[in-house]
Design a binder for this molecule. Structure first.
Ligand code: COA
Length: 464
């Protein structure tokens, strides 16, 4: 049985901090954010928003757009790394909110859980729900998989330049109009690591940014190796001599903690794939230097990062590699459109890969590309750490969905925060009623109880 993504909707908070304002306040060169990281604006949640209401607002959008009733939905999964309860799952809050609109008990039949594995958990949730449909368990119903996060880092930390917030919901079913997942090729890689984690009770993560970046690329590469084997053994793709698996992906969507990380990760994968092929000789001639090798090629990530001479040479080599026409062609045709939304919104943790997918569809369609039958590859990464690589084919009906995509309209009118407003929000100094904007027909948080018996209970309303 086939299964895949039928439609997709986003919800992005209306507040943002502009990269220029951020750089000025932190004494940084704005070019570092805009060009070095690819960050122009970072979405920030209001005082009356949490990841559950971002998720519920996204769900309502996809349901209203498709005229769905709760009976059409068999499962609602939420993937997040911004959980605010150690036991109660975030999908239960979302169902509570949706039932304010659709009626008490209307989602009673709808199963689901909250999943966690840093930024990769949404991909696991998609895979599990796809298999629920493939197994024939869905009985004609659809699944909603929501990825919702607030990427918030410590004040003054290097991660603070890569914040953002938002939710993406994907409607999955057995007649998907957007993307059908390729069967039996989803591949994973996993390793116990401490590149990025958030201990109990801490609102912001502990991050080893450069370590995490390198680990991300290594893990995705391992998952890609496993994917390659599966694709060949399942006969999904016939690889000819001197081809790489990436030649068979028309688009590649990468996990985007910031948009330039997509560029870095793609360059890493392409380099490793092309190194084995005759075309590499020509690339090396253009670059004009040998590919650097660490002093200890079998060393740890720490030893590679500590090898300053190698790191400097590798950085230079990568920069020259990304300037070659051959790499530029891959970048422009397969990745660049997926980065546009990330630049405007920032880091969405679990949702960043899928915002990239959504961005790629809209902006490639706007270029006039016929997307039907195009194979899209996904490189998903979650710290801690695990990677997942999978793919799917754009369906003949895709235009029905993609023609009306309009990122700016879907984000809506935004308010540019002043530095002191940003600081107040970051330090959680405001109560929900002191929110900066007042939105209509959206779920908002109105109260979190603090008394002993009901501590942590959250109350939401649908604004009129
Ligand atoms: N003008 C233009 N570019 C500049 C610049 C300037 N003045 N200053 C720096 N840059 C470039 C750097 O060359 C680098 O580009 P490169 O990666 O192509 O080499 C980029 O900007 C970032 O600079 P860098 O010095 O590496 O930044 P940093 O060490 O201060 O922090 C992160 C960058 C990404 C490591 C940090 O923001 C972070 O940890 N973010 C969190 C990431 C995360 O969440 N990871 C976990 C999940 S995957």
């Amino acid at each position: 049985m086939t299964a895949g993504i039928d439609d997709i909707a986003i919800y992005i908070p209306r507040l943002y901090i502009d990269a220029a304002d951020f750089a000025e306040a932190r004494g940084l060169d704005p070019v570092k954010l805009q060009k070095g990281l690819g960050v122009s604006q970072m979405a920030i949640v209001d005082a009356n928003q949490d990841p559950a209401c971002l998720a519920a607002n996204a769900c309502l959008r996809v349901m209203e757009k498709n005229n769905l009733s709760p009976d059409d939905i068999g499962r609602l999964y939420i993937s997040t790394e911004s959980a605010f309860d150690e036991s109660k799952a975030m999908n239960s809050y979302v169902i509570g909110m949706l039932e304010q609109v659709y009626g008490q008990g209307s989602f009673e039949h709808c199963g689901g859980v909250e999943t966690k594995f840093a930024c990769v958990s949404g991909s696991y949730a998609l895979y599990d729900n796809t298999n629920w449909i493939r197994a024939g368990e869905a009985e004609g119903k659809s699944a909603l998989v929501v990825v919702s996060d607030i990427a918030k880092y410590d004040m003054g930390s290097s991660g603070e330049m890569t914040q953002g917030a938002g939710a993406v919901v994907m409607l999955l079913n057995d007649e998907p109009r957007l993307l059908e997942f390729d069967p039996k090729v989803t591949s994973t890689s996993i390793k116990d690591e401490y590149d990025f984690y958030r201990p109990f009770g801490k609102e912001t993560p502990i991050v080893h940014g450069q370590y995490s970046n390198l680990l991300y690329m290594i893990q995705v590469r391992k998952a890609l190796e496993a994917y390659k084997k599966k694709v060949i053994s399942s006969n999904l793709i016939k690889m000819k001599e001197n081809e790489t698996i990436l030649d068979h992906m028309d688009y590649i969507n990468m996990h985007l903690p910031y948009s330039n990380m997509g560029k870095k990760a793609l360059a890493y994968l392409v380099r490793h794939e092309w190194r084995q092929l005759p075309r590499w000789k020509n690339i090396l001639e253009q670059i004009g230097m040998e590919e650097p090798i660490p002093k200890d090629p079998r060393g740890t990530i720490e030893s590679v990062l500590a090898d300053e001479e190698f790191m400097a040479k590798d950085h230079e080599f990568t920069k020259l590699f990304t300037k070659t026409q051959e790499y530029q062609d891959v970048f422009e045709s397969k990745l660049s459109s997926s980065l546009i939304a990330s630049t405007m919104i920032g880091n969405l943790y679990t949702a960043s890969l899928y915002l990239g997918f959504r961005s790629s569809l809209e902006f490639e369609y706007q270029k006039g590309v016929d997307l039907e039958g195009k194979r899209i590859g996904f490189g998903s990464y979650g710290s801690g750490s695990s990677a997942m690589v999978f793919s799917g084919l754009v369906q003949p009906e895709y235009e029905e969905i993609v023609k009306s995509m309009n990122l700016e309209a879907e984000i809506g009118q935004r308010k540019r925060l002043t530095w002191s407003e940003y600081e107040e929000l970051h330090e959680n100094k405001l109560t929900p009623e002191q929110s900066k904007v007042h939105t209509k027909k959206e779920f908002v948080l109105v109260d979190v109880k603090t008394d002993v018996e009901s501590r942590g209970e959250r109350r939401y309303v649908f604004t009129s």
